[in-house]
Design a binder for this molecule. Structure first.
Ligand SMILES: [Zn+2]
Length: 291
C-alpha cells in the first residue's frame, strides 16, 4: 500500500509502506542531500587527463567528461586527449558524456544532424570499450526542445546547458538544478568557470546546493590550452577542490543523479522555470541567488 509521506519541491513523493523504499513515479526518488555537487568538464582538453584526473582521484571526487571530436581534436594531440586517454578516464571510474562529434550547436536549424552527431561519439566509445553515453552537454550555448526526442531515443537521460539564458554567458553564473522544475535535458550550470574566477565565484555556485537543489559546475581545461577564455589555472582548480572537500561536499558525475532524480519526469513546459528566474532577476527579487 502506498501512502503520501512528504512533499519535495512542491511535488508529492509517494513511498510504499517501508519509509526508505521509494517508487519512481515522483520526480524525486529520495531526499536530495544538501551539498550535492556535479562536476563536468567540456571539450576533451588534454589537461583533463594530465591534471584534472589525478587531482580528482586524490580527492575521491566523481566527474563527467563531455567528449567532442570538434575543433582540431583529431590532429592536435598537444591540446586534446587521445581516445586511449579518454578510455583511461572511463577505466578510472569517471563518466564519459556526449558533446557531439563536431561540437555542433544544436538549434531548430541543425537538429536534423543531431543523431549522426551523437552516433559519432557513440561509435568511438564502442570501439574503445567505453559504455554508450547517457548524458549530454549542449555545445556552444545553443539548445532546443526539438532535440529532446532524438536524445531520448539515444538513451540520453540528462543534458547540461550553461548558465544562460538566466544570466549572460559572459558572467559564468547560473542557477542550481531544481528537479521537477528544470527539464532533465536542460540541466543548468550553477557556475561556468572562467579565467578570472576566484574561490568566491566557486563558493557562490556551490552554495546553491541546498533545499533539494543540486549545483552543477562546468569546467573546460585546467588549463585550457586551446580555449583561453574558459581556462582555469591548476592553482585555482586545486583551491576549488580543497574547498569542496573541507566543506563536506559530495562531488559526483552527472549520471549519478539518477539515484535521486527520476529522469522519466519531464515538466510540461520545459522553459517555464527559466522564464520565472529571468523575471525574478529582472525584478531584483532573486534573493541570495540573484545578488
Ligand atoms: Zn564545448
Amino acid at each position: 500500500m502506498k501512502r503520501l509521506i512528504c512533499f519535495l519541491m512542491g511535488v508529492a513523493v509517494c513511498v510504499s509502506g517501508v519509509a526508505d523504499e521509494p517508487v519512481t513515479s515522483g520526480v524525486v526518488k529520495k531526499a536530495i542531500p544538501d551539498k550535492l555537487v556535479v562536476l563536468t568538464f567540456d571539450d576533451s582538453a588534454k589537461s583533463h587527463f594530465t591534471v584534472a584526473m589525478p587531482l580528482l582521484k586524490e580527492y575521491g571526487f566523481g566527474a563527467t567528461f563531455f567528449i567532442t571530436e570538434g575543433f582540431d581534436f583529431k590532429e592536435n594531440k598537444r591540446d586534446y586527449m587521445t581516445w586511449d586517454e579518454i578510455r583511461q578516464l572511463h577505466e578510472a571510474g569517471f563518466e564519459i558524456g556526449n558533446h557531439t562529434r563536431d561540437h555542433l550547436g544544436i538549434t531548430d536549424q541543425t537538429v536534423g544532424q543531431l543523431a549522426e552527431q551523437l552516433e559519432g561519439i557513440e561509435a568511438q566509445c564502442r570501439a574503445h570499450g567505453i559504455p554508450k553515453p547517457v548524458t549530454f552537454a549542449w555545445p556552444g550555448n545553443a539548445w532546443t526542445p526539438a532535440a529532446f526526442e532524438v536524445m531520448k531515443q539515444h538513451g540520453i537521460v540528462f543534458a547540461r546547458r550553461g548558465g544562460a539564458p538566466e544570466y549572460p554567458y559572459e558572467e559564468g553564473r547560473g542557477f542550481a538544478l531544481e528537479p521537477g522544475s528544470d527539464h532533465p535535458l536542460l540541466v543548468p550550470s550553477a557556475g561556468d568557470a572562467r579565467p578570472k574566477w576566484a574561490l568566491a565565484d566557486l563558493i557562490r555556485a556551490a552554495e546553491q546546493a541546498r533545499d533539494s537543489r543540486i549545483a552543477i559546475l562546468q569546467f573546460h581545461g585546467v588549463p585550457d590550452t586551446a580555449h583561453d577564455w574558459v581556462s582555469s589555472s591548476q592553482q585555482n582548480f586545486e583551491a576549488y577542490l580543497k574547498y569542496l572537500k573541507l566543506e563536506g561536499y559530495r562531488v559526483i558525475a552527472l549520471r549519478d543523479l539518477r539515484e535521486w532524480v527520476n529522469t522519466e519526469h519531464w515538466p510540461q513546459d520545459p522553459t517555464a522555470v527559466i522564464e520565472t528566474r529571468k523575471a525574478k532577476l529582472a525584478a531584483g527579487k532573486a534573493g541570495g541567488q540573484g545578488k
